[in-house]
Design a protein around this ligand. Structure first.
Ligand code: M6R
Length: 607
């Protein structure tokens, strides 16, 4: 994970870099650092902990005028999250510094070779090995560009890496392999960074770097090369239409809260352009040329995996397509059986999740087409899939994913409708009802969200002492139960288990006692009576219950949290924010760091 940024321009570099790091801090926040060259000396300033620690350290320093520099925010992989392992790392000669996101898998043998050559190391990181290797290979008869390229040939693993050279203070070299890296093209200034928001305040012109590409940039110039051959490459500049405001908190206390409240707009944006002129049928032109799969294998992680589980129900029942949903980190190391008529659907907000990418690459090796469902334009999933459906959620900054799941669910609904119509397995009246329901959702949700938040706030004090929670649901509510539990775990650090309500009696029910509450998804669907039976079993063991339910819910529980009822599966779009707000308010009440929960990072680009 980690976030990197490089700036070569006309402004004082340090504030630009620190601002960029703030937008990348979701990628890791164990330590942070900057490097720049001033008065012919290389300055490296680093601090353990969040970026604010680095800012405190920088505030105590002299004013920096350097107009080129590097920055890094770390999610520790190799070595403790302490200052000596913070980036940038330098070679002992002090001429080169480097920032790195990824993992150098063969760093130990490389380190041994360098130790034998008399080099000494200051950190336990794999990244320091890389800067020392470049320095070792950089002899007087070759350029730094050549040494950089040569060093990368020795490296196994993943990297987005940027390099600064004291003898050429206004130039940066950067390269990528399986970790995200973009070039931001400005006027008299250029950027490299792990993600677009890092430089969105300065430019929206972006070059998406591919694997095995290396870029050299200065304030006025940039050139991309093939990393191995150093052959210059032509690259296209893409103009990003995101609003800078979309990557800001906009008056909300946390990004997570802002993103939960953005869901009505996200639904509208996901529908825009995806319905025919009369709003009768779904149009997904990106799929018109793809055969409908005989079997779909969905590969994803975390929240995106839960979205896939939810989509399975609709794709099977509306489109009659058998669907398997796979946790990507398991799928990639099994020997999955592929048929030529299969299709892989890779679901990923970031489009950079290492396991999901590995799963889709495995399928590609077997000649199976991959469809991406992805939020980040230009990300690896988007670029490597045969076709992509973009989820239009806008930038999601909070580590806990919220609006991205909402967008994934809208698109999965549209996909099931689209394939159902093409296969003629879906009655027209269902498609019309779903579309009408989707179109009315943003308004209903918009007016409901403040009330939901208040309900969550009212419930929290009573449940804040619980050390464990069950989340129970059946059918479409089962993936929601998993998601509710994941949200609570990741931001409030309360243990929570999401379970299929009917599976409780096969073991977990043993855990029920008054201090182990259950959050039940008891929505008014065809399985409600079964869910109620399971809840009665919980009550018989003195378990306390919060029921997310519709008006008329018959069971007497500790807290019946009523939400308005809409059409069939679309009730999910009102249940999901309730789960998110419950977790959010719990984390706030317990004083946890909502947007940057411990041990996590937004995009998991390592295995
Ligand atoms: O970017 P992706 O959708 O591929 O990310 C997958 C998971 O890492 C992500 O959903 C994670 O579980 C979130 N922290 C959940 O809130």
């Amino acid at each position: 994970m980690c976030g990197i940024i490089g700036y070569a321009g006309h402004r004082p570099a340090v504030p630009v870099i620190v601002e960029g790091l703030k937008r990348l801090e979701y990628r890791g926040y164990d330590s942070a650092g900057v490097a720049f060259i001033q008065h012919k000396a290389m300055h490296v300033i680093r601090a353990e902990g969040k970026l604010s620690e680095l800012e405190c350290r920088l505030n105590g320093c002299e004013v920096f005028h350097a107009t080129t520099g590097l920055g890094h925010t770390r999610w520790a992989t190799h070595g403790l999250p302490v200052e000596r392992n913070a980036h940038p790392h330098r070679d002992p000669g002090g001429r080169l510094v480097l920032v790195h996101n990824g993992i150098i898998e063969n760093y130990l043998p490389l380190k041994e070779q360098l130790l034998k050559k008399g080099r000494t190391f200051q950190s336990e990181t794999d990244s320091e090995v890389l800067v020392q290797l470049i320095a070792e290979l950089w002899t007087p008869d070759i350029s730094l560009l050549q040494a950089f390229s040569e060093a990368l040939k020795h490296v196994d693993g993943t990297y987005a890496v940027a390099l600064l050279n004291m003898d050429d203070p206004n130039r940066i070299w950067a390269a990528r392999k399986s970790s995200p890296l973009l070039l931001g093209v400005g006027v008299g200034e250029n950027f490299v960074a792990s993600d677009i928001p890092a430089f969105l305040g300065y430019t929206r012109d972006v070059v998406f770097l591919e694997d095995n590409e290396l870029v050299e940039l200065s304030p006025m110039d940039w050139q991309v090369y093939d990393t191995a051959t150093l052959e210059p490459l032509e690259k296209e500049i893409h103009h990003i239409t995101w609003d800078f405001q979309a990557a800001q908190k906009g008056g909300y206390r946390h990004f997570m809260l802002k993103e939960i409240f953005e869901q009505p707009t996200v639904i509208s944006n996901c529908l825009a352009g995806r319905l025919d002129a009369k709003n009768r049928t779904v149009s997904l032109p990106e799929l018109d040329n793809l055969d409908i799969p005989e079997q779909l294998q969905i590969v994803a992680c975390g929240t995106s995996y839960h979205a896939g589980l939810w989509g399975q129900y609709l794709l099977e029942s509306w489109a009659g397509i058998p669907v398997r949903v796979e946790i990507a980190s398991e799928f990639r190391y099994r020997s999955p059986i592929f048929k030529p008529t299969d299709m892989i659907l890779a679901i990923s907000q970031s489009g950079e999740t290492a396991d999901t990418l590995a799963g889709m690459r495995l399928a590609k090796e077997h000649g199976v087409p991959v469809l991406g469902l992805c939020n980040v334009v230009g990300s690896s999933v988007a670029r490597e899939a045969a076709s992509v459906i973009h989820t239009q959620a806008g930038p999601e900054i909070s580590v806990a994913s919220t609006k991205a799941m909402c967008s994934q669910l809208v698109l999965l609904t549209l996909l099931a409708l689209y394939w159902g119509r093409r296969k003629q397995t879906l009655p027209q009246h269902v498609e019309s009802s779903v579309i009408a329901g989707l179109l009315s959702l943003p308004q209903i949700l918009e007016s409901e969200l403040p009330r939901m938040r208040s309900t969550a706030q009212e419930l929290i004090p009573e449940y804040s002492t619980a050390r464990s929670f069950f989340y129970l649901g059946r059918g479409l509510a089962f993936p929601l139960a998993l998601e509710g539990a994941l949200k609570l775990k990741e931001i409030s650090y309360i243990h929570a288990e999401g379970y299929a309500a009917g599976e409780m009696k096969h073991g977990p029910i043993a855990l029920i006692e008054p201090e182990f509450p259950t959050f039940a998804l008891a929505l008014n669907d065809e399985l409600l009576s079964k869910t109620i039976s399971n809840l009665v079993e919980v009550q018989a063991r003195n378990g306390k219950i919060i029921s997310l339910c519709h008006p008329g819910f018959g069971l007497d529980v500790e807290h019946a949290w009523e939400i308005p009822q809409v059409y069939g599966p679309l009730n999910t779009f009102l249940a999901l924010p309730a789960l998110q707000l419950f977790a959010y308010e719990m984390a706030v009440y317990l004083g946890k760091d909502v947007d940057q929960p411990r041990n996590l990072a937004k995009s998991v680009t390592v295995e």
